[in-house]
Each structure stands twice: as structure tokens, then as C-alpha cells.
Design a protein around this ligand. Structure first.
Ligand code: FE2
Length: 669
């Protein structure tokens, strides 16, 4: 008689345990055990507990290949789902094999677990495992299907509602409740003051400050104090919520005829625009891709989105100062170049229009499309193309947890018929067009931070904390990915021969990039180096980059004068005609402001179940080498966290969006 010892772990989330009967069948190369109920004559399968059981077979089963798990009803009680974390089996030969499960199991479900070391397609040599692998992928491909987001846009999963998702990739009930509560609480406060749906205008700046009676952060209050200041305006293009747009300017664009005379007063004494360009101190923000996009029709009038240009000067105090703004691409008398020396409200309005365009681009492209939706492309491709035993599934899956759930909610909450984009100056149609144009222009190098920084000429600009922290995080992720990839792919030939991996990257290229070769994204892999770079980019995008463009939404957007999602009036075409009254008439009204505030409050909230970058609470790898790599990854992140905290303690405006403890492992909010 051969004995197999099983250690069965139940998850520690609420309701993970079950009263139902749990049985297993062990399947080996020389036969299979009988279906054996796991019963220790007491309460088993309690939340957070591990139980030990024995399965007896007459001869040994040979090499243990699969564990089949079944759950049957206890008496006539209703369905009682069970979250099985892992089953560790010790064979009669003394081998300990990890079968990771990490999923909810319902009655009648067909669950067969693979165990042991992570295996690539060609490494499976037993017909039963080859067949199992094939069946698993067929099932996954029927569950996770692609659907175009809109004409000319990348494809996402075909799920219409989060309730269609398997429970293990959905938000926990606690998180869903907390998100609803956060919105409801703030909504009630606004409602009690008659602000929800109000079409009243804000009377003045002090009137707007009453927002802080309902909700605030230290940074949102700082923004309200400093929004008018040029150096804080420039700072936001480096360390605000959309930090990857400005470029070093080596030559003025011909359609932006800024003259020496115009900007001389704002440069260092005795200097000139040409010499500052030569020294690399001039930077450009150019929103030409917004030219001619559809805009929202508001009270019968089309709103304006400005495809503006803004010139920045890095002054001798190392402050990045806006020195000239043109709100449309084609210079004309009706399209003057605004200067800091203009009437204060003219200059403020010009800056407000640039920030409005920036906010639209940020939310539609840099936040939603580049992190959430591209993250979904990587998620769906992974779920469809890799079986759970594949090393890259084990490596990547923790970085995709909850992404489908938040994106399904996000599609409704942002792009749906009542979504917040309907409120924006661009409207749904315009926001979709911004995404469409941006996808056509998206390049692989632009989503790889080191190349992105170099291409924009921002390697040496001082006080660029997004770059400083981001590059260190890129390097830490890259070292971890290199160690793991080189462990599983000893040669380039192993990369080329992995047909599941090649299917994965092909799906990403066709479904995400719509087969656009000009993007430079790979459509196949030929070397270990290519693979390391791509996996680094994927993990960086869904963790670090998402944190950079997500976490500060409330801080920077609550004060609508700093950044408004819609502007009611057309931008000024002449100078000297504006006043603070013009500005208050231009920004969102009370009802619009609170509607936007409710969303950014929810998206910047802190909820339970957060898994920070580099934490892998679900044990998936059996190999001790991987445990060691993960520990080193965590140690490097922790060291960086200390450095960032030390640096931030000396800054007037700390940059903590990329503190590793604030970065989630996956796009989850
Ligand atoms: Fe987000």
C-alpha cells in the first residue's frame, strides 16, 4: 500500500472555507488513485487553514502528474464555494510537489491541477500532460475572447459586466463596498448642500474653496494655494499626473513664431532664446494631435479643445517656467502668443486651456489607454496563450489581478452613455478620437522609460523625480525579470521554439497594436534579450506607470482651476479682454465639478486588498531559485523606498507616487 500525504490550504479571504465534501483523485504515469474524500472527522477547509490528509493507493502511481479536485454538496445545503490555495503532495518516494490552485471551486466544476516545476510547451513529455495543456488552452480561449473597444482602437476582453468574470480575478466584496461607500459618503455631503446636478457657477476663488470642507489632501490644498504660480505650473509637467509630454526643444516649430523680443524679459539677463535653446534649456509641449477632434456640444454650442503649444524655460534657479503659449496650431491675429507679462487673467486663461487639453490627453490616453487598456491586452493574451504551469503565466499573472474587473467598470464609468467623458470638452466621440490617434502614433520605445526619456532629451533636467524614481524602478524590475527569464530560457533557441510564447506576442501585436509595424512593437521573439525587455515593459506599465498617472488624480484635479475636464467658453482670441469673472464663467459649474470630484476621489482612494509591487502572496513557484529572486526583488524595492522617503523629506512638494509601497502590482483601480 502506497501513501500520499496531502497538505491542503484554504485561502484567507472571507468565506474562503467550505462545509462541502472535498475529494481528490491523484493521477500518475502508472495509474490513478480512487476518488478519495478528504475527511479528518472534524471541521476541515476553514478560512486560512491548512489540513493534512492521506490518500492510499495499492501500487505507487509512478510520476505524479495531476490532482483532480471535486466538491460535492454537504447534505442539502446551498452552494458553498471553496477557495483552494495550494495542495502540496508528498509522494511515497519522498518527493514534495506543489500544486498551486488559487481559485474558487464550485460544485460540479472540473478542476485538474498541474504541479511541480514551471514547464514550457516543449518540456512536457507525457501524453497526458500534453493533452491536458491543450485542453486547458482551448477552455481558456473560449472563456477569454477579444472584442474591439471601438473602430480603430485596440481590442479588449469581450466581457460586458464584471459579474461574468471568474471570482478569483474580481474585486473582493470588501473592496467593492469600500469604493461604493467612498463615493456615497462624498456624494451625500455634496447632495446635502444642493451641489449635485447644480448648474450654478462658482462665484469666485473663495467660493471654490468650500470644496475642502468635504474632502481634501495636503497636496490638493497645496495645489489650491499655488495653481497660479508659473514655477508650479512647470513643475507639474515634470512631476504632476502627466509627466511624459514635454520635449527638449532644439528648434522652434515654424508654426510657433515666438520672437526674441517676446521672451527676453523672462530669460536670464543678457541671454537670448537662441542661446538658451543651444544650452538645452528650452522645452516644448505640443498638442498638435488634438487639432480638429470632435468636441462636446453644450447648450447648442460646440466646446473648444485647444491643440496648443507651450514653451518652457529652465531658469538659472532650475525652475521650469512657461514663457509662451499659443492655443492653436496655425499662427494668426486671432491666435496670439500669450506671455507671462500679459494681463494676469489672459495668461491664466492660456495656461488653463493648455491644462484642459493635457487633462483630456492624460485621462483618455496616458491613463486609460496606455496603462488600463494595454494592461488588459497583456492580461487577455496571457490568459488565452499560457497554461498555468507556464513560467511566464506564473510570473505575469499576479500583475494582472483585478485588471479586467476595473476595466469593465472603467469602460462604463468613463466611456459609457453616462460616463464622465460625456462631461469633458471633447465628449465621448472626441475622447475616442484622441485614443485612436494616439494608438496610431504609439511606439514601443515610447513605453520603455529609458528610451522615452532619451528621445525627449530629458536625461539631465534637474528635479525630475518621475524620471529619477521611474528609471530606478525600471532597472530593479529588469534585474528581476532577467534572472527569471534566463532561468527558464537558457538560450535564444528556447525563446524561438516556445510556440505558446510566440502566440502570446502575436496576439498582443495584432489585438493591441492592430498589427501596426511602424509601432516597433515585436510580433515575435527571437532572443532572450527581446523577451526580457518586453516583460520588463509589461510589468513596469501595469505597476509603475499606472501609479504615476493614477495616484495623483485627486491631488491635482480636485482644484478645478488647476485642471478642468471641460471649459465652457472659447479661448481668448485677443489680449486684454479677460477678468477673473471670465475665468469663473469658463470653468466647470458646481454640478460638473462635484461629478468629476466623485470619480477622481474614487480612483485615488485606498482600499483593502492592495498588493504592492513585488509582493506575491499566492505561492505559484515551487523552485527555490524563484523564491530567492523574489526576495532580492523585494529587498531592492525596499531600499529604493527608503531613498525616496529620505529625498521626499527634504522637498517642499514630495513626489511619492512612485514610492514602492504606493505602487500596486497590477492595474486595479
Ligand atoms: Fe487607474
Amino acid at each position: 500500500m502506497a501513501e500520499y500525504k496531502l497538505q491542503v490550504s484554504t485561502g484567507d479571504m472571507p468565506s474562503a472555507g467550505t462545509q462541502d465534501h472535498v475529494s481528490v483523485t491523484l493521477i500518475g504515469s502508472d495509474g490513478e488513485s480512487e476518488k478519495t474524500e478528504l475527511d479528518n472527522f472534524g471541521k476541515g477547509f476553514c478560512t486560512g487553514k491548512t489540513g493534512t490528509y492521506t490518500v492510499k493507493t495499492s501500487p505507487s502511481l509512478g510520476k505524479l502528474l495531476l490532482v483532480k479536485v471535486e466538491k460535492d454538496p454537504y447534505l442539502h445545503f446551498p452552494e458553498d464555494e471553496w477557495y483552494c490555495s495550494t495542495i502540496e503532495v508528498t509522494t511515497p518516494e519522498g518527493d514534495a510537489i506543489l500544486f498551486s490552485c488559487h481559485r474558487w471551486i464550485s460544485r460540479g466544476e472540473y478542476v485538474e491541477l498541474r504541479g511541480g516545476r514551471a514547464m514550457k510547451f516543449l518540456e512536457d513529455d507525457h501524453p497526458l500532460l500534453i493533452e491536458h495543456r491543450k485542453k486547458e488552452l482551448t477552455l481558456q480561449k473560449s472563456l477569454y475572447q477579444w472584442k474591439p473597444l471601438a473602430e480603430g482602437l485596440l481590442h479588449t476582453s469581450s466581457f460586458e459586466h464584471e459579474s461574468e468574470l471568474p471570482d478569483e480575478i474580481r474585486f473582493s466584496k470588501a473592496k467593492t463596498d469600500e469604493m461604493h461607500d467612498a463615493t456615497k459618503r462624498l456624494g451625500m455631503k455634496f447632495k446635502s448642500k444642493g451641489m449635485v446636478g447644480s448648474i450654478e457657477k462658482w462665484e469666485n476663488v473663495d467660493d471654490l474653496k468650500k470644496l475642502f470642507n468635504f474632502q481634501k489632501t495636503a497636496m490638493s490644498e497645496y495645489v489650491a494655494e499655488h495653481w497660479k504660480e508659473d514655477d508650479f505650473y512647470g513643475f507639474q509637467f515634470l512631476n504632476g499626473i502627466n509627466p511624459t509630454l514635454i520635449k527638449r526643444c532644439s528648434e522652434l516649430p515654424p508654426n510657433f513664431p515666438v520672437t526674441e523680443e517676446m521672451v527676453k524679459p523672462f530669460l536670464a539677463e543678457g541671454s537670448s532664446l537662441m542661446s538658451e535653446i543651444g544650452k538645452g534649456n528650452i522645452f516644448l509641449y505640443d498638442q498638435k494631435k488634438l487639432e480638429g477632434i470632435p468636441t462636446q456640444v453644450y447648450n447648442g454650442e460646440s466646446l473648444t479643445v485647444t491643440p496648443g503649444l507651450c514653451l518652457f524655460y529652465l531658469n538659472p534657479e532650475n525652475k521650469l517656467m512657461p514663457i509662451a503659449i499659443q492655443l492653436h496650431q496655425q499662427p494668426s491675429e486671432k491666435n496670439p502668443i500669450f506671455l507671462p507679462s500679459d494681463l494676469e487673467t489672459d495668461w491664466l486663461l492660456a495656461k488653463i486651456y493648455i491644462k484642459n487639453a493635457d487633462m483630456l490627453d492624460h485621462e483618455a490616453v496616458h491613463h486609460l489607454m496606455n496603462t488600463h487598456f494595454m494592461g488588459e491586452v497583456y492580461t487577455v493574451a496571457t490568459l488565452r496563450c499560457f497554461p498555468v504551469i507556464h513560467p511566464l503565466y506564473k510570473l505575469l499573472f499576479p500583475h494582472f489581478k483585478s485588471t479586467l474587473d476595473i476595466n469593465i467598470r472603467g469602460r462604463e464609468g468613463l466611456m459609457g452613455p453616462n460616463g464622465i467623458f460625456t462631461l469633458s470638452s471633447a465628449g465621448i466621440e472626441g475622447m475616442t478620437e484622441i485614443m485612436r490617434r494616439s494608438l496610431r502614433e504609439m511606439t514601443y520605445s515610447s513605453v520603455c522609460l529609458p528610451e522615452n526619456i532619451a528621445a525627449r532629451g530629458l536625461e539631465s533636467i534637474p528635479n525630475y523625480y518621475y524620471r529619477d524614481d521611474g528609471l530606478k524602478l525600471w532597472s530593479i524590475i529588469n534585474s528581476f525579470v532577467r534572472a527569471a527569464v534566463e532561468y527558464y530560457y537558457p538560450s535564444d533557441a528556447d525563446v524561438c521554439k516556445d510556440t505558446e510564447l510566440q502566440d502570446w506576442i502575436r496576439e498582443i501585436f495584432t489585438q493591441g497594436l492592430l498589427s501596426n509595424k511602424a509601432s516597433g512593437f515585436p510580433s515575435s521573439f527571437h532572443s532572450i534579450e527581446e523577451l526580457i525587455r518586453f516583460i520588463t515593459m509589461v510589468i513596469f506599465t501595469v505597476s509603475v506607470q499606472h501609479a504615476a498617472v493614477n495616484n495623483g488624480q485627486f491631488d491635482y484635479y480636485y482644484w478645478t482651476l488647476n485642471a478642468a475636464l471641460l471649459l465652457h467658453k472659447p479661448p481668448p482670441t485677443t489680449k486684454g479682454q479677460s477678468s477673473m469673472e471670465t475665468i469663473m464663467e469658463t470653468i466647470p459649474n458646481v454640478g460638473e465639478t462635484v461629478a468629476i470630484s466623485l470619480l477622481i476621489n474614487q480612483l485615488s482612494g485606498k482600499y483593502s486588498g492592495v498588493i504592492p509591487l513585488g509582493q506575491y502572496p499566492e505561492k505559484r513557484f515551487e523552485e527555490p531559485e524563484l523564491t530567492q529572486m523574489i526576495q532580492e526583488f523585494q529587498a531592492e524595492l525596499s531600499k529604493l523606498g527608503e531613498e525616496i522617503a529620505k529625498r521626499n523629506s527634504q522637498l517642499e512638494v514630495p513626489y511619492d507616487y512612485l514610492h514602492p509601497s504606493r505602487i500596486e502590482n497590477s492595474v486595479s483601480i
